[in-house]
Write a protein that binds this ligand. Structure first.
Ligand code: ADP
Ligand code: MG
Length: 672
């Protein structure tokens, strides 16, 4: 790695909206002062008039104008919510948590009392909670229990431009709930849709021509630079650009770098630390920010650095619009995003790292112009930018919908006729229903009803494939192991592989490794973690991520609670790991890959998935160097970067698929 000048930049100036003063806010008075300068606050009386007047409205304003933190407070201060509560949804848990903490501080109250949050596996609310930040997924789950969402008088669907599946479904759920509550003369429901810039006409039409309010933000120009040449390795280009700028920019300019995921962020972070040792320029503090990051670490991002020190935030697209980071003057944008897509023919999912939309690029650049003039460095050419899609495609048209369909059916809604703002392709709905049928969650696809198993599945806040694994586990005598494994898979990466100590970390990992593959290896780590008396110290010695393992531990507890409510008995399969793997396969049967004929000799470890794409075992897998390839493997994730990788894999017997998922095995064979 070197800091050679490999990027040629050219400048062209654009004006991007936004911003206002930002300083370290500590006291309650300080917080109140900083509230008062937010665009939302300055127009509050007009805004409240509109809110009083309209049952549904759309509020559009640049990131940082105070929509998410101020609107609920303004409503609450005037007690407009009456006897109900105010729900504010967020697509991501990090955002829900940090926003709730912020608002609790602004309202001078403890988190969990008036202001609370509810995210998967963590409910910090009480009967007194009036302002509740929650993920869109959690509100959707609440709708299953109460389709009219009666406890709320205001529902604010925030970050509407992100078009997550859950928010898209909620657009419909709240619309139906509002109408029915109105018809039944129940407590009226007010709906506010909030967003940064988005396709307003579509929403206006969907909500019967409701009013749209635009907030005016203060603006600072952002200079945009594009790479002159195409960059083959954006991770490398990021580090080069950071250090080029680092030595030439004043230290009070903080950097915000857009990357695609946790692993990538960790790699770049350790590369920065490595290069920083030999670089001139001010000292650096690197802060990661991604959805799975433990709350305590997230807060680092908002901590002010001492004078003379530069903060470099490495973030996923979470920093695009949902959360605001002060003091950023320089944005470095890889132009990439990790997206989930799937193959409707086989139900196999994949994660693809791909170019983001133009709208996302503008959002990212806008983060640099909050406090003063800023600059955004795009690591892709102007030509590349011009060829990209204008807006994000809604997740619902490209993602697996089994989990959503299951919730809709559980809510008593017809998944085929449910009025979505952008209907998914019919074959996607059909494929999801077929998958639910093969999982045993519904009885038929034409007029689906939940089976007993399907009903139980909805009790778990996880994907139906994973709840199936847990519910099947007693059959394989391995509920103890299945709970641990599903918990670990629901947390984030538990291995900590610092680049400069890689060899040592890999050596230590050996004591947990099972020749059966990554799943049993993960289980070995988790079991050892549970037994270790000094967990933090033990994790450090074993190159494991203490936070992510502790989180898995909590998730296991939550899942166990659900099992106990369902009267399931926890038993262990001891050393019979094939039982556990069969159990895994009964939920993840769409995630099989087979050794490609002819690949055995080439030594490339090449497999072919059910959807017919060739893929290699990920280098981080314990089965990476297995030769010859296993006849069949089960993988947790298929990742497309420049190549296709099978992530977290285990060896299985090809005939198991026929034993645990005969219908699917037959269909799959027909497809292949
Ligand atoms: P919007 O929803 O319009 O993007 P927000 O209500 O999220 O705006 O944020 C308004 C302002 O509140 C931000 O510009 C920022 O200054 C401040 N803010 C929000 N969250 C935090 C936080 N967690 N820590 C510090 N400041 C914050
Ligand atoms: Mg917001």
């Amino acid at each position: 790695l070197s800091t050679e000048n490999s990027l040629k930049l050219n400048g062209q100036v654009i004006t991007q909206t936004l911003s206002h003063k930002n300083k370290e806010k500590e006291t309650f008075e300080d917080l109140q002062e900083s509230r008062k300068i937010l665009p939302v606050y300055t127009v509050r009386s007009r805004l409240l008039e509109e809110i009083k007047k309209n049952n549904t409205m759309i509020l559009i304003g640049e990131t940082g104008s105070g929509k998410t933190t101020q609107v609920p407070q303004l409503i609450h201060e005037l007690r407009l919510e009456g006897s109900g509560a105010i729900a504010i949804t967020q697509p991501r848990r990090v955002a829900a948590i940090t926003l709730a903490l912020r608002v609790a501080a602004e309202m001078n109250t403890e988190i969990g009392s008036f202001v609370g949050y509810c995210v998967r596996f963590e409910d910090v609310t009480s009967a007194r909670t009036k302002v509740k930040y929650l993920t869109d997924g959690m509100l959707l789950r609440e709708a299953v229990a109460d389709p009219l969402l009666k406890r709320y008088s205001f529902i604010i669907l925030d970050e509407a431009h992100e078009r997550t599946v859950n928010t898209d479904v909620l657009f419909g759920i709240v619309k139906l709930a509002q109408k029915e509550r109105n018809d039944k003369k129940l407590l009226p429901l007010k709906i506010i849709i909030m967003s940064a810039t988005m396709d307003v006409d579509l929403f206006k039409k969907y909500y019967d021509d409701c009013p749209v309010i635009y907030l005016e933000g203060r603006t600072h120009p952002v200079t945009i630079y594009h790479a002159k040449l195409k960059q083959d390795d954006y991770q490398y280009a990021v580090v080069c650009t950071i250090f080029q700028l680092h030595v030439s920019t004043p230290s009070n300019h903080d950097f915000l770098v857009f990357l695609t995921g946790q692993e990538e962020i960790e790699t770049v972070m350790s590369n920065i630390k490595q290069v920083a040792k030999e670089s001139s320029g001010p000292p650096i503090r690197v802060c990661p920010l991604y959805a799975g990051l433990p709350a305590a670490k997230q807060l680092q991002v908002w901590k002010k650095t001492p004078p003379g020190m530069r903060k470099i935030v490495l973030a996923t697209n979470i920093a695009e619009a949902s959360v605001t980071i002060p003091q950023i003057k320089c944005v470095i944008d890889t132009g990439m995003v990790k997206e989930r897509t799937w193959c409707t023919a086989t139900g196999a999912e994949r994660l693809r790292v791909r170019a983001c939309s133009q709208a996302a690029s503008w959002q990212r650049a806008g983060r640099a112009g909050r406090t003063a003039r800023g600059a955004a460095y795009r690591l892709y050419t102007a030509h590349d930018f011009a060829s990209r899609h204008a807006h994000n495609t809604p997740e619902i048209v490209r993602c697996p919908l089994a989990a959503t369909m299951l919730l809709l059916i559980a809510t008593g809604l017809d998944p085929i006729t449910f009025p979505l703002i952008d209907p998914p392709p019919p074959d996607s709905i059909q494929a999801s229903l077929l998958l639910l049928k093969e999982l045993g969650a519904i009885d038929n696809e034409a007029n689906p009803k939940l089976t007993i198993l399907g009903k139980k599945m909805t009790a778990f806040p996880i994907d139906p494939k994973y709840s199936k694994i847990i519910l099947c586990a007693p059959e394989f005598n391995c509920l103890d192991e299945a709970l641990s494994l599903v918990a670990v898979l629901s947390s984030e990466n538990i291995f900590h592989m610092p680049i400069h100590k890689r060899d040592e970390a890999l050596k230590v990992k050996q004591k947990f490794v099972s020749p059966l593959g990554d799943h049993v290896t993960l289980l070995n780590v988790f079991k050892a973690f549970c037994k270790a008396p000094l967990k933090k110290q033990w994790c450090k010695e074993n190159y494991l991520n203490h936070k992510n393992l502790s989180y898995a531990y909590e998730i296991r507890q939550q899942l166990l609670n659900v099992c106990q409510r369902l009267n399931m008995t926890v038993t262990s399969c001891g050393t019979a790991m094939d039982q556990l793997l069969k159990c895994l396969l009964s939920g993840l049967f769409t995630n099989c890959a087979w050794a490609r004929s002819g690949a055995a000799g080439s030594g490339g470890g090449k497999y072919v998935t059910a959807s017919g794409s060739a893929a290699s075992v990920h280098p981080a897998s314990v089965l990476f160097s297995t030769r010859p390839p296993h006849p069949a493997i089960l993988y947790t994730e298929l990742l497309h970067t420049r190549r296709s990788y099978l992530v977290t894999v285990s060896a299985i017997q090809p005939q198991w698929l026929h034993q645990v998922a005969p219908d699917y095995a037959r269909r799959c064979r027909a497809n292949r």
